[in-house]
Design a protein around this ligand. Structure first.
Ligand code: ATP
Length: 349
């Protein structure tokens, strides 16, 4: 029995995870080895406005007892973004040492890329998720004076680099055998050369994987101009974040893309979510695209050792979109429930 903690969060978050759970339950029905138990937690911005915190004091302890975490979206205009991020998602990523942020991007059948000629885009961005530029080391001085200043350190450790790079190279070994490291060592002259150095060291231990480094700005441009030429891209917390937003955009629409925050050793639960936010403009209307949440659910099954069932879910989703049952953001006219029910119908066979 896999115990799943569900944090729907804000806006369309609870709507799309509801769709994902429906799909997961049906998929589990046809997989005798898969039993899922869902426990929902009402944490997020509404909870913050009521309690002054995004989750209870013992929230992390509560979550630590689960096999996986399934999240919708966290963020609402009445709560500053840095509060919602630093009080919920970042503590989860760090405490559970979810050092891999995995963002696969592919043009699903029935989805049109905004690019004229995207080819057969199928790229996964592996983003370092616990250190790098997203550090809370730094501060501000001389506030309110003309000397006001802000400093924030980037933290790159050999331990952190080696493990994320190995993950990327291992992953490439199961795919098309190519890793491109996103760097910026021409401008950022201390931490990025260190990234490059460790990248080269690790690449030597993977003779079967083709490895190269590319400056992140040129890489972003090539993702748009020639997305087909990529297999696995690995980058620091900030560069990986930005580049995976590009891969999500060129693969169709933000509502499709999933993301996994993984603790590969399984010492702590991993977290699975669509990459989109709470989308206040369409919240409550029943028109959100559930594809990102459904694909994230498939990634969760993959991680829990049920890759075949995960693949069946993605196939059912693709077949649904291909048949024209899709939401407005993809040029269709279906509601979220219509898309979800069509996916469920295909899974039932
Ligand atoms: P946040 O600030 O929490 O990241 P946001 O909603 O401002 O959230 P995005 O999630 O990037 O930012 O969404 C931008 C816009 O894209 C939304 O306002 C919405 O119009 C559209 N969008 C995002 N997700 C979906 C979805 N699942 N289905 C349909 N449209 C979506």
């Amino acid at each position: 029995m896999a115990k799943i903690a569900v944090i729907g969060g804000d806006g369309i978050g609870p709507e799309v995870v509801g769709a994902g759970i429906k799909v997961l339950q049906i998929a589990a029905d046809s997989d005798p080895a898969l039993e899922l138990e869902f426990t929902e937690f009402p944490w997020g911005c509404e909870y913050y406005l009521e309690h002054g915190r995004m989750m209870p004091e013992d929230g992390l302890e509560t979550l630590s007892g689960f096999d996986a975490l399934y999240l919708g979206a966290v963020g609402w205009p009445t709560v500053p973004d840095h509060v919602s991020l630093w009080q919920l998602l970042i503590p989860i990523r760090r405490s559970f040492d979810q050092y891999v942020n995995l963002r696969p991007a592919r043009i699903l059948r029935g989805v049109e890329s905004p690019l004229r000629d995207p080819g057969s885009l199928d790229v996964t961005v592996v983003r370092e998720n616990t250190e790098g530029e997203y550090s809370n080391s730094g501060g501000r001085l001389f506030a309110g004076t003309p000397r006001e200043m802000a400093v924030q350190d980037s933290v790159f450790t050999r331990h952190g680099l080696e493990r994320i790079l190995r993950y990327a190279f291992d992953l490439a070994g199961t795919r098309r055998g190519q890793v491109i490291g996103a760097t910026k060592s021409n401008g950022i002259s201390i931490t990025m050369p260190f990234f490059d150095e460790v990248f080269r060291e690790i690449s030597e231990t993977y003779p079967d994987v083709e490895a190269s480094l590319m400056h992140a700005d040129a890489l972003a441009a090539r993702l748009v101009l020639d997305p087909e030429s990529f297999d696995v891209v690995v980058g620091s917390n900030l560069l990986g974040d930005i580049l995976s937003e590009v891969t999500a955009a060129v693969s169709g629409a933000i509502g499709i893309a999933p993301s996994a925050n993984i603790n590969p050793e399984g010492d702590h639960p991993s977290l699975f979510e669509p990459i989109h936010g709470s989308a206040p403009d369409i919240a409550g209307e029943g028109v959100a695209n559930p594809a990102g949440a459904i694909w994230a659910a498939a990634l969760m099954l993959d991680h829990l050792g049920h890759a075949e069932t995960g693949a069946r879910i993605v196939e059912a989703l693709e077949a649904t979109l291909e048949s024209g049952t899709k939401t407005g953001d993809l040029g269709g006219s279906a509601t979220m429930d219509e898309v979800t029910d069509a996916v469920v119908g295909r899974l039932r066979g």
